[in-house]
Ligand binder design. Structure first.
Ligand code: SAM
Length: 259
């Protein structure tokens, strides 16, 4: 996915939601893990680590993992710039252990927002990811997993656009669904980012597949994993727990490790 080869743009594009996400992470650590001090936090598919460095700055022990070398380098460079340990590692979120993450102690909490989980386009890779996360969490550890669900029927949101400005850099992005195969559970999406600075103007266009989940399909997957319970579900505003139903599109599941 070449869109992730532009960590600076990606980081700015997703900067607006950081404050709410950090607030939610800290509340979750306190509420579900009973930790009011510093926790041990892991982010699979951490990308630029836009949340990790903020957590590290507040004193939490953090580790990130991502498949994209440019994102990992960006993440570590920022951690270093802030005098923090370089704790992002290059690796696949379907195959990792505490040993691979250079850790002896398990984590209190893991999180994966903005639908990165949907990049795992087969049941086998999704299962293997969830087992790997369960294995690096301590008993009763929490996995906060955010994803776009595919609601029943035709009333499905197929395009999302947003704009962000950071200093002299202006970004416009559009995420569109190009095709949807409900039987194979694959949607193909196009991600466009238009960047404008005083000196240049360019556009990045990427197309990639994502796996689709209805609420039932996600619940079914969790049953197969047999290592997590859904404690609560939030929408992307993180304000109150919601009761997900077959029409729910935005879901952040609070998964508690059971075994
Ligand atoms: C939408 S970005 C999310 C980044 C970050 N979690 C955030 O909230 O900004 C998705 C990330 O998933 C990573 N990714 C995709 N497949 C992966 C895999 N199999 N293992 C590890 N990372 C993966 C990409 O490189 C990209 O950085």
């Amino acid at each position: 996915m070449k869109i992730y080869d532009y960590p600076t743009l990606y980081d700015v594009l997703f900067s607006d939601s950081c404050k709410d996400e950090i607030e939610f992470l800290k509340t979750a650590l306190q509420h579900y893990c009973n930790i009011s001090g510093h926790g041990r936090i892991f982010e699979p598919a951490c990308g630029t680590g836009r949340l990790l460095w903020r957590l590290a700055q507040s004193g939490h022990k953090i580790v990130g993992l991502d498949l994209n070398p440019k994102a990992v380098a960006f993440c570590n460079k920022r951690l270093r710039r802030h005098g923090l340990a370089e704790s992002a590692l290059l690796g696949d979120m379907t195959r990792f252990s505490l040993n691979d993450l250079k850790q002896k102690k398990p984590f209190d909490l893991a999180f994966n927002f903005v639908s990165s989980f949907l990049h795992l386009t087969s049941e086998q890779t999704a299962l293997s990811h969830l087992h790997a996360v369960a294995d690096i969490l301590k008993p009763n550890g929490i996995y906060l997993l955010g994803l776009h669900l595919l609601p029943q029927g035709n009333a499905v949101c197929s395009q999302e656009q947003w704009s962000v400005r950071h200093g002299s850099l202006a970004l416009q992005s559009r995420l569109s669904r190009l095709s949807l195969n409900r039987q194979q559970r694959i949607e193909t999406v196009e991600f466009r980012i238009k960047a404008v600075t005083p000196k240049q103007r360019y556009e990045i266009i990427d197309t990639f597949p994502l796996r689709t989940y209805s609420l039932r399909q996600f619940q079914h997957l969790l049953k197969k994993v047999n290592q997590f319970d859904i404690l609560e579900t939030f929408d992307f505003n993180f304000q109150y727990p919601v009761l997900p139903n077959p029409q729910t599109e935005d879901a952040v599941f609070v998964l508690k490790k059971t075994l």
